[in-house]
Design a binder for this molecule. Structure first.
Ligand SMILES: *Cc1c(COP(=O)(O)O)cnc(C)c1O
Length: 433
């Protein structure tokens, strides 16, 4: 077994604890429930998949249940936070994380549902302009959304979907290649539909450059921000992104199946001519209880709402987002950089100690990444994953050969990464020593 004595000083447990003591965000860890095994908190590095529960969540739900119990239907207007406009409780916090204006944002539905609603509005093939550019290996749901919209317009996904692959021998895409492909597609391109941070490789795409390239080609650009919101800096309004959607259960810590959300740039949101699938909750508040002859949308992203909002998940969302406001996104992003660099240092160290270990980080270095590192394991990946599990390190495994881990600045510590690094080193010794 490797001995601690030979570790470089910055990787020792004492050093990790010193970093935690100096970390002004360290107290936020106490605001989350950290899962335990046999009475010991696990090292939870799976915030990219399901963020941890803020301890404020149960009381936030209880407050709405209490309002329901006391007020019944009156809660719509007389609950402490009236349900009629409850979705607005989260708009400012979401807008801050997205770099959006509050009326460009609304929390509603779930991610895949929202992608369908947005493609109904923003994928409108006309003549030759009908192609959709996606990244190679998109998240399955995003691919299915694109395929089915293409079919719905009577087109063939084989002809219309362009999945852009990295260069041979490379794991991730180059921005220049994405922009060049957009330019080549030119007048055939209707839409660029990509993720903000890729779920498998952890690559953070240059949303600003990609959007500008799409617009130069006369196309629109929309992004799935599932792995980006709450993780990386976004300026959707200034970057002139056309639309975006996300889920709230990953970095936003708003609970399994939590309420998703959309961004629609005001250029489209304030254009009543832009097609929307209609529902009563998308009409202006002043007429919502009237029987209009025809659907007429509220201005802004709220005009895409269909149904009255799910108050219980929104209550969790509200208190989860409050933690971002308290901590300050800038400070969180700075800590994210340091934590992820520390995790990478440990991986580099393990590779230097065990050159035969078939391990490689495929996530690009900053600024092309957020919190996540994707560790490609060419052999025995399943065994390495099991060994980490046994050491109470919670990461995840993505077929065919990647272990994903994401230190989350709101609740992970440098000491967590010390435990991760030690477990990785010991497992690597057993497997490849
Ligand atoms: C997590 C994730 C989803 C999940 O979709 P749901 O509708 O919330 O189940 C979809 N797309 C991407 C890119 C994701 O990362």
């Amino acid at each position: 077994m490797p001995s601690t004595a030979r570790l470089p000083e910055e990787l020792t447990e004492e050093y990790a604890r010193t970093l935690d003591q100096a970390d002004e965000l360290a107290p936020f860890r106490e605001r989350f429930a950290i899962p335990q095994r046999n009475g010991t908190p696990v090292v939870y590095l799976c915030g990219h998949s399901l963020g941890l529960m803020p301890k404020d969540a149960p009381a936030a739900i209880a407050q709405e249940l209490d309002a329901w119990a006391r007020l019944g239907v009156e809660g719509h207007f007389h609950a402490p936070r009236p349900w009629f406009s409850y979705h607005r409780e989260v708009s400012a916090a979401l807008a801050e994380l997205l770099g959006a204006l509050p009326h460009e944002v609304v929390a509603m539905n779930s991610l895949t549902v929202n992608l369908h609603l947005l493609l109904a509005s923003f994928y409108q093939p006309r003549g030759q302009r009908r192609k959709i550019l996606l990244e190679h290996f998109p998240f399955p749901s995003d691919l299915y959304v694109a395929q089915t919209h293409v079919r719905w317009h009577g087109l063939d996904p084989q002809d219309v979907l362009e999945l852009l692959a990295p260069r041979p021998g490379e794991a991730t895409l180059r921005t220049e290649d994405i922009c060049r492909r957009i330019e080549e597609l030119g007048e055939e391109l209707a839409l660029v539909f990509m993720s903000g941070v890729h779920y498998y490789t952890g690559q953070r795409f240059d949303v600003e450059a990609i959007t500008a390239a799409a617009h130069r080609a006369g196309a629109l650009a929309g992004f799935d921000l599932a792995h980006a919101i709450g993780n990386v800096e976004l300026r959707l309004h200034d970057w002139e992104v056309d639309f975006a959607a996300w889920c709230s259960y990953k970095y936003l810590n708003s609970g399994p199946g939590g309420v998703g959300g959309i961004f629609v740039h005001e250029r489209h949101g304030l254009d009543p001519g832009r097609f929307r699938l209609g529902g009563w909750w998308g009409t202006p508040e002043s007429v919502r209880f009237q029987l209009l002859e025809e659907f007429s949308p509220a201005p802004g992203a709220e005009g895409w709402q269909l149904s009255n909002a799910p108050i219980l998940p929104l209550a969790v969302h509200r208190v989860a987002l409050r933690l971002f406001q308290e901590a300050g996104p800038e400070r969180l992003y700075r800590k994210r950089e340091r934590l992820t660099a520390y995790a990478q240092r440990w991986i580099d160290y393990v590779r230097s100690r065990l050159p035969a270990a078939p391990l490689r980080v495929i996530t690009p270095p900053p600024p092309e990444r957020g919190a996540q590192l994707s560790l490609l394991v060419e052999r025995d990946g399943g065994k390495l994953y099991s060994a980490l599990q046994e050491a109470n390190i919670v990461v995840d495994w993505r077929e065919p050969n990647v272990i994903r881990l994401a230190p989350v600045p709101l609740y992970n510590s440098f000491a967590d990464l010390y435990r991760f690094g030690q477990a990785l080193l010991q497992a690597a010794h057993v497997l490849w020593g």
